[in-house]
Design a protein around this ligand. Structure first.
Ligand code: WTA
Length: 600
């Protein structure tokens, strides 16, 4: 400012004879005010249906929704469940909760009614924010029908008094102004667009203490019951902000969307992209069309998406102008060098920084990552710890830190960092037992890792019973519980097996109850029914790739199922099972080998 005044003074006397003062700043620079101020690019499912939302619009809409929530009696510290598809209003819903100090609990829109029910009950939300329908890949998702079912299934314990309903697809009757949507419950449901019209576009921010809760996000652990990970305001926001250089293609229903679509970019004052569609709709060039259309500079996606697009061929990438891109990120699963190289060569044209970022719902922000352009990368390694993070590769058995290069063990973190989760909602003991107890003195990630001669970290995948399918995290126990809800199922063992496209795939072994009789010819139909069972109970992303119906499962003498054997058989290593002396009935192993071979 001082410099500008000085310039004005210097210019002043010489031009004083002119009629108007020729005040010009930044001559020859170009800009567009709207462009600079846009906060969200909303790329809707159908190409061409995008919207730009400015900071002003975002603020107004957020304030209005915050006022609506206040009107529903939501107070600081209350929880609000958000079950929304990938629309820009999902961002508004998050921020509206934050504005009034309410804790949001977002449930991924791909979750089933049962999963939504459990999450609503666990955090006792009095308000649910949802939409009439979602759109993805040209198809509709019956979001509200699922939400209604979830509330019905809560039964007498249903805590939800108000449902705020976003209109995404429903038509409006021109003459009456009424929305044509059959699943509306008067008294409980209110339309977002109607309720927000009735309240002011300004709402004061609630003061929240640094350690006040910001959000809960449920994630899977080793047992069947999902954990409500609680993040607090100041530390989380700092972590998100510090580590953001990657606006991203994730879903707001997962942690990546929370941190790198919403809080990180917006806290930094950058533009973020909300992408509703899929990488292959209406064709496999959709990501690249979106990048060139909006001039995106940073792109963050999953190894599964990269592997899929690589398989479909780079001819879908080549026609698009990707010169705006500077950083290409990857998250959610280990990225194999083939996918890494393809991403680098065909998308980044060898000129973008490739950043493989390792982190978790619990860590709140990136933990191991190269700094774009500054840290030399190696395809397949997430490289080195981020600022302030002290990782340690620990011996899984002794719990001792492994010194020196070329070691492999479990990945732990030595000291807390700002955005570490503070607790598991309603179960602090479980938080201690899961993360702090296994290796005393450390935070335990649950992942295996190696450290090479340059100190680079190579993530080896989960060492617990968590399966990672396309970056979607679930526990074997969750899938097993879903299968056991089928009235014919006696026992089940679920394993994760390597998969070329999705990283890991869910495979289920099932035994049926003796009284549940079925013809051998109807076995495929029964297997299909069991797949549907999992889709219904958890959600489509958890559906087993294969269900094997078997007469018995390999067990120890004490009756424990030996999953290691099942994993090896499915991986085609049935002839390298090693010592089977702990198996109670070794002939069961032979029968299972035969079964797997037959259905290959
Ligand atoms: C896995 C997602 C290898 C890991 C942000 C972790 C990764 C789990 C990477 C957390 C990566 C995430 N390389 N593995 N770059 N990023 N993972 O909570 O197993 O959905 O424990 O958080 O994903 O999954 P979550």
């Amino acid at each position: 400012m001082a410099l500008l005044l000085l310039l004005l003074r210097l210019e002043g006397p010489r031009t004083s004879h002119r009629k108007t003062l020729p005040i010009t700043w930044f001559t020859d620079g170009t800009l567009n005010a709207c462009y600079n101020c846009v906060a969200i690019i909303y790329e809707a499912d159908e190409p061409g249906e995008h919207q730009y939302i400015t900071y002003g619009q975002l603020l107004n809409e957020t304030c209005r929704v915050a006022n609506v929530l206040r009107g529903m009696g939501v107070k600081k510290g209350d929880t609000v469940t958000i079950y929304l598809p990938m629309t820009w209003q999902a961002v508004v819903a998050f921020l509206a909760c934050a504005r009034i100090g309410a804790i949001h609990s977002a449930v991924f829109a791909g979750f089933s009614a049962e999963s939504l029910r459990d999450r609503i009950l666990d955090c006792s939300s009095r308000v649910l924010i949802t939409a009439d329908e979602g759109r993805r890949g040209g198809r509709s998702v019956a979001t509200k029908v699922i939400a209604d079912q979830a509330l019905k299934e809560c039964g007498d314990a249903n805590p939800v008094e108000h449902v705020l309903l976003l209109r995404r697809t429903s038509k409006v009757d021109e003459s009456t102004g009424e929305v044509l949507f059959p699943h509306f419950t008067p008294g409980r449901d209110v339309w977002w667009h109607e309720a927000t019209k009735k309240v002011p576009a300004w709402c004061d921010c609630e003061e929240v203490s640094s350690e006040g809760g910001l959000f809960i996000l449920y994630t899977s652990g080793s047992t069947g019951k999902p954990k409500g990970i609680l993040h607090t305001t100041a530390g989380y926001l700092l972590g998100a902000l510090l580590s953001t250089n990657l606006p991203c293609m994730a879903d707001v229903g997962w942690i990546t969307g929370h941190t790198y679509i919403i809080y990180g970019p917006l806290a930094l004052g950058t533009t973020t992209t909300v992408f509703e569609s899929t990488p292959v709709y209406p064709n496999p060039g959709r990501y690249w069309d979106t990048v060139s259309k909006h001039g995106l500079t940073q792109f963050y996606s999953s190894p599964t998406a990269v592997r899929l697009l690589r398989k479909l061929g780079h001819q879908h990438v080549t026609p698009h102008d990707l010169s705006s891109l500077r950083v290409l990120g990857s998250v959610g699963e280990p990225i194999n060098p083939e996918a890494w190289n393809w991403y680098n060569e065909h998308v980044g044209k060898g000129e973008c920084a490739i950043v493989d970022t390792f982190w978790q719902t619990e860590t709140g922000s990136i933990i191991v990552t190269p700094l774009p352009g500054a840290i030399e990368t190696k395809p397949g390694s997430a490289t080195v710890p981020f600022w302030g993070i002290e990782t340690e590769v620990v011996d899984g058995v002794s719990g001792e830190a492994l010194e020196g290069p070329n070691v492999e063990g479990v990945l732990c973190i030595k000291k807390p960092w700002p955005s570490i989760a503070r607790t598991i909602w309603g179960d602090h003991q479980r938080y201690i037992d899961t993360y702090l107890k296994p290796y005393p003195g450390y935070y335990f990630t649950g992942d295996g890792a190696a450290r090479d001669e340059h100190g680079y970290i190579w993530i080896k995948g989960r060492v617990d019973d968590v399966i990672n399918v396309s970056g979607h995290r679930m526990s074997t126990a969750e899938v097993e519980s879903a299968l056991l809800l089928h009235n014919g199922v006696a026992e089940t063992a679920v394993i994760g097996t390597p998969d070329e496209l999705t990283g890991q795939a869910v495979n289920a072994f099932v035994t049926m109850k003796p009284e549940f009789t079925f013809e051998p010819s109807s076995e495929p139909a029964l297997a299909k029914e069991l797949v549907l069972q999992v889709r219904k109970i958890i959600g489509p992303f958890a559906a087993p790739k294969k269900v094997y119906i078997v007469a018995d499962l390999p067990k120890t003498r004490s009756g424990k199922i030996i999953r290691r054997i099942l994993r090896k058989i499915v991986a085609g290593e049935g002839d390298q099972l090693g010592d089977l002396s702990t198996v109670a009935e070794p002939e069961v192993v032979e029968i299972i080998k035969k079964k797997v071979a037959e259905s290959a």
